[in-house]
Write a protein that binds this ligand. Sequence first.
Ligand code: SF4
Length: 238
Amino acid sequence: MNSEQHHYEQWDLKHQDADVTYLLKYLCEMYPGKIVFSTSFNIEDQVITHFIANNQFPIDIFTLDTGRLFQETYNIWSETEKKYGIKIMPFFPESTDVEKMIMKQGINGFYESIENRKECCYVRKIKPLIRALKDKKIWITGLRAEHSEYRQSMNMFEWDDKYQIIKFNPLIHWTQQDVMEFIKKNNVPYNSLVDKGYWSIGCAPCTRAIKKGEPYRAGRWWWENNDEGKKECGLHLK
Ligand code: SF4
């Protein structure tokens, strides 16, 4: 364990009850210019964007535009920028990577095998994410423990070995009710798909609405009959 990892573990103990604004301010002072927030415009991300924009924290907000997002996601992206007067940076996949992959596996090849799906997520999400996180120290995410069994073991601060960065998950202990109450109370805009049962929204061809009682991420890659870990695209697996 290096000293930075040891340091973040202490943060988790020290700040577990601190509020999000306090923690964001604290991090901005500690790591000026080295903090990024990745949004996919899910409800949790909208709450964090609200905290960042309302306080004018100098934190870059980016999104991974895979080229396969829902129109509703582009709509909330635009609405969010207008409401808060901010710009959200898109990170796109390399065009030649996408072209080669489509020639190899077809335009909807991700339905045909887990390998194809993982290759698509790698090309469209992971590689752009590596670019987005380059030279940064803190990566803010909207992960919540309730999302999955895997995420239940996560802390507010985590060392991400894969990307060599400190991950800050400010809403990790929030419930869905906490998030929705915050959204309503503060008039935070959210993706219209949420009201149709889409609680975890990713790429359009790989996301469906969930039914009452289904796990949060059951609508992601729903055709794959696999274990918990595979309901992640690789962004948040250590
Ligand atoms: S979620 Fe689907 S379309 Fe999006 S990158 Fe992964 S496999 Fe490709």
